[in-house]
Structures are given as structure tokens and as C-alpha cells.
Design a protein around this ligand. Structure first.
Ligand code: SAM
Length: 343
């Protein structure tokens, strides 16, 4: 083979990679910024939805571009995605897509679980692979103090069980801990993981709330969580399954139950980030903490061809930020909070 017939290095790479050498294969799509909970660490309780929603077929076209370009995992989120009419049909259509290498998409959904009990079977049948349910306390009183919705604990518990029975497994539970507020739930969650056969993942609180609550002191760190659980039930660290895995994973000495800890504050994993986000109004965000958004939907509305949209996505992803700057002097909160970005 002569030098001129050697394939260019760039041709060997998947199209979606950034200027820091990270391959991007994970897309999170918010399909509404409405939410039926007002979790105290996320929302002020005064603001409602702020951004428009696209039609289901518009989300499909935009997601299709990313999939063509190498995305292998799509997670639907919000706001609360189960509030969105047409979510089951969207999953059904997404399940028909194939990755660039011909495999089925890995299709997941993050939900507060309030409406999941009756939707678990339809979502599974439509082709959803698994769900993550957010749950910030294992006792009903603390839980409902956080969500500010009466009866929410019973609804979410029933949904978790329905999701497991429907085969949306492994069911993962996301728990955001705030010091002095729900950190007394840590040991209870360790038991819950074992008893309910779910993966409990603690997430360090990030400065993405609607109000101004975040301080470094309120964050309960990975180190502290491991120490506290270890005092009552020794933990054994599990090896990562892939380099871009966000959670550090642990099991117990008898191998029953799994705990994950996602530590974007105390042990940032930006160097291995494989994610981009699409907001409910069709803007690309290349980082949760991006200061700029990229109007993919605007280009689509203006009549851009598939090729033009492909090129725009490729260029945008290449400019992904190297890392976030939580806790550093001069840190700027993004213009959107978590509920309006899509967690
Ligand atoms: N409504 C859905 C739900 O409750 O899972 C999806 C959207 S919600 C914004 C996604 C996840 O973000 C939830 O697990 C929530 O606890 C988490 N979250 C919200 N604000 C956060 C923050 N400031 N730091 C870390 N996680 C946060």
C-alpha cells in the first residue's frame, strides 16, 4: 500500500469525537421541561415550564442525526418525560433505529417514577431497555418533604416494583444527598438496594438548582458515603465496565446488592465524558455547565438538509468543553437549571 492510499487517520474515527480526543456515544434528550414534582433541591416551586417542546417526529429526526453519526445510547429525560404525551410511541420509533454498526440502540429513561407503574409494561413492549428512577429518601415523610407531593412515596415504590417486574432492568435509583437534609438516608438506601434488588446510585449535588442552595459544604462526597455504608455493611469496589462509566460501583461482601456513586464534584470524570444533551426545545448542550447552546432545531426549522445538520452536529460536538469548573473561583452557573436542561 502506498502512502497516498493509506486511509486518513480521521477516517478511522467515528464522526462524533471532540477536540479533547473523547468519543461521544451517549445522547440525553429532554422531551419536556415540565415536572410534576417540586423537589426542594431542584426547583423553587414558583417557576413552571420555560421552554417549548418539539413534536415527537421532530425529536425523532434530530435524534436520528446523532444516531447516524455514532450515538449508541439514548436516554430520554426531562423535566418529567412521562408527562409527555407520545412518549411510548417515541420509544417505539427509536427502537427501530440502528447504531452505525447495525446494533439496536441502548434506550433508557430517567423518571421520577410517579406515573411509571402503569407505563412500565407499555414502555418495555415499545422497546425501552431500562429505567432510572429518582428517589431521594427511603422513608415516606422525608421523601414527600422533598418532592412536595402527597402520596408520592407510595406511587414511586409501586413503580419501582412494576419496572422490575416488567423487565426494565437493572432498575437504577438515583439519589441526590444534601447534608443535614437527607443524608440520614444513606444506610437505609444500602438496605433498600439489597431488599428491592435495585442499583442505588448516590449523586453528588451540583450547582444546577433553580434557587441558590449549593455550597461545597452541602455536598455529601463519595468518600463520606463509602465510609458511612462501610461502617454498617462493608463494601467491595467493583471494576468499571467501560472507561466512560460515571459511577464508581460497589457491592457487599456477600455479593448481594449494588451501590454506585457518581461524584462530579469531588472526583470529576470530565476526562472520560461521552455525553451530549439535546434540550426540549432542540438545543445542543455539550456540557451540563455549558454557557452556550447550539440551535439544532432552529436550523432544521429553517430547512437545513440532513447533510447540513450532520455537519453542524459534528462541528458542535468537536467544541465540547474540556471540563466543568464547579467550586473554582469565577464559576458561572449555566443559564438553565437541571430541570430545564434534562438530567
Ligand atoms: N424528572 C426526572 C427525574 O426525576 O428523574 C428526570 C429529570 S431530573 C432533572 C434528573 C435527575 O437529576 C434526578 O435524578 C435528579 O435528582 C437529578 N438532579 C436534579 N438536580 C440536581 C443537582 N443540582 N445535582 C445533581 N443531580 C440533580
Amino acid at each position: 500500500m502506498t502512502a497516498t492510499s493509506l486511509p486518513a487517520f480521521a477516517d478511522l474515527l467515528p464522526p462524533l469525537w471532540d477536540s479533547h480526543g473523547r468519543v461521544i456515544h451517549d445522547l440525553r434528550v429532554s422531551i419536556t421541561d415540565r415536572c410534576n414534582y417540586k423537589c426542594v433541591y431542584c426547583r423553587t416551586g414558583e417557576a413552571g415550564a420555560q421552554y417549548p417542546e418539539l413534536r415527537i417526529d421532530e425529536y425523532l429526526r434530530l435524534i436520528g442525526i446523532f444516531v447516524r453519526l455514532g450515538i449508541t445510547k439514548v436516554r430520554l429525560t426531562g423535566g418529567e418525560p412521562l408527562l409527555r404525551r407520545g412518549v411510548v410511541e417515541l420509544v417505539q420509533e427509536l427502537a427501530r433505529l440502528h447504531t452505525a454498526s447495525g446494533d439496536s440502540l441502548d434506550l433508557a429513561l430517567t423518571t421520577n417514577g410517579h406515573l411509571l407503574e402503569s407505563l412500565a409494561v407499555p414502555l418495555k413492549k415499545a422497546g425501552l431497555s431500562r429505567v432510572t428512577v429518582s428517589m431521594d429518601a427511603v422513608d415516606a415523610v422525608t421523601f414527600e418533604r422533598i418532592t412536595r407531593v402527597e402520596g408520592s412515596f407510595g406511587a414511586v415504590l409501586a413503580s419501582i416494583r412494576a419496572a422490575r417486574a416488567a423487565g426494565l432492568t437493572p432498575v437504577k435509583i438515583n439519589c441526590v444527598l444534601l447534608r443535614g437534609f437527607n443524608d440520614d438516608q444513606i444506610e437505609g438506601f444500602a438496605r433498600f438496594a439489597r431488599e428491592e434488588d435495585v442499583v442505588v446510585r448516590f449523586i453528588e449535588f451540583m450547582p444546577l438548582e433553580e434557587g441558590r442552595l449549593w455550597t461545597p459544604e452541602i455536598v455529601v462526597t463519595l468518600k463520606e458515603i463509602v465510609e458511612r455504608i462501610g461502617r454498617v455493611m462493608p463494601l467491595v469496589e467493583m471494576p468499571p465496565r467501560e472507561a466512560s462509566e460515571t459511577a464508581r460501583r460497589y457491592t457487599f461482601e456477600d455479593g448481594v446488592g449494588e451501590i454506585g456513586i457518581i461524584a462530579p464534584v469531588s472526583q470529576a470524570f470530565c476526562g472520560a465524558c461521552s455525553r451530549v444533551r439535546l434540550t426540549s426545545d432542540g438545543k445542543i448542550r455539550t456540557c451540563l455547565f455549558s454557557q452556550v447552546e447550539h440551535d439544532l432545531y432552529g436550523r432544521m426549522r429553517a430547512g437545513a438538509s440532513d447533510e447540513e445538520l450532520d455537519a453542524y452536529v459534528v462541528r458542535t460536538v468537536q467544541e465540547k468543553e474540556a471540563r466543568h469548573h464547579i467550586g473554582e473561583p469565577g464559576f458561572l452557573k449555566p443559564s438553565r437549571s437541571m430541570v430545564h436542561i434534562g438530567g
